[in-house]
Design a protein. Structure first.
Length: 294
């Protein structure tokens, strides 16, 4: 038997791998070809690209939706703002001239208290000369008394008024309500000591003593009439440095100024008060006259 016969019944076995034109391609019986793997990778990449495109489209849609929502929200806010401005109505503080005058008087009282507070602090800091302070403070005290007269029906208690309008002005309250005279009258600040100045101050004090006592004897005892006379007398005594800070007459006059300051400008002293004030003034004048002789 010729075993080399090519035409045997079994034939020749096929080669384990058959190579086509493409490299590393295999027969159906061999391992997966490289071409199929590349195709799968390409398909996966395409799918990933498609997914990315879809995600980008979704993001764009979300951004468009957000922009649309923001625009709608802004338009709603603008609409509400327009409606709120349209609904605003003018609120009138007063309805007639009487109410208008009342609020103007309240504003003036408020400003007097604030200005007095600033003046007191400026004087404490030595930003205002004593002479200018005395003039300004006396003017404010007079304006305060006039303002109280105009607002006697609306403001019965200045302390409550300051509390209602959040006025934290302790120095002004002490000066306007409690004491009622400038600080320079309480503490001597005049430095003049020449003989001519002393003679002038003495003559002025004597004249004011007599004028004030005559006014009381004539029954001119309204607060707005007596108060300026006592203030001038106190200021004149304060210019007489030789009296010293313990002069009894000054303490009595300061006490009466404080009493009058608690009263309304239209009030009048009764008979007992008038008699006591006249007695105190006459006693102070006698002490002053004796001090001049000595």
């Amino acid at each position: 038997m010729n075993i080399n016969n090519s035409n045997n019944n079994f034939g020749e076995p096929p080669p384990p791998y058959s190579f086509n034109n493409s490299p590393l391609s295999s027969s159906p019986l061999g391992p997966p070809t490289l071409n199929n793997s590349n195709n799968n990778n390409n398909n996966n990449n395409n799918n990933n690209n498609n997914n990315n495109n879809n995600n980008n489209n979704n993001n764009n849609n979300n951004n468009n939706n957000n922009n649309s929502t923001n625009k709608q929200f802004e338009s709603m806010i603008n609409l509400k703002s327009q409606n709120s401005f349209q609904n605003i109505k003018e609120v009138k503080l007063f309805n007639n001239n009487i109410e208008r005058e009342m609020y103007e008087n309240l504003a003036e009282l408020y400003s007097i208290i604030k200005v007095t507070e600033h003046l007191e602090k400026a004087y404490i800091r030595d930003d205002v000369p004593p002479k200018d302070y005395t003039t300004a403070c006396s003017k404010l005290i007079a304006q305060f008394k006039s303002s109280q007269t105009l607002l006697k029906d609306q403001v019965s208690n200045v302390g409550q008024f300051m509390k209602d309008y959040d006025l934290n002005c302790k120095a002004a309250f002490d000066r306007l309500v409690i004491k009622g005279f400038p600080s320079t009258l309480e503490h001597n600040t005049n430095e003049s000591s020449t003989d001519s100045a002393m003679a002038k101050n003495v003559a002025e004090a004597v004249q004011l003593f007599i004028t004030t006592m005559d006014s009381i004897r004539l029954k001119l005892v309204s607060v707005d009439g007596i108060y300026p006379l006592l203030s001038d007398l106190m200021e004149s005594l304060n210019r007489n440095q030789w009296l010293g800070p313990t002069f009894e007459g000054k303490e009595k006059i300061k006490n009466w100024i404080s009493i009058l300051n608690q009263m309304k400008a239209t009030d009048e002293l009764d008979d007992d008060q008038s008699r006591q004030l006249l007695f105190d003034l006459d006693n102070s004048y006698n002490i002053f006259y004796k001090a001049i002789k000595s």
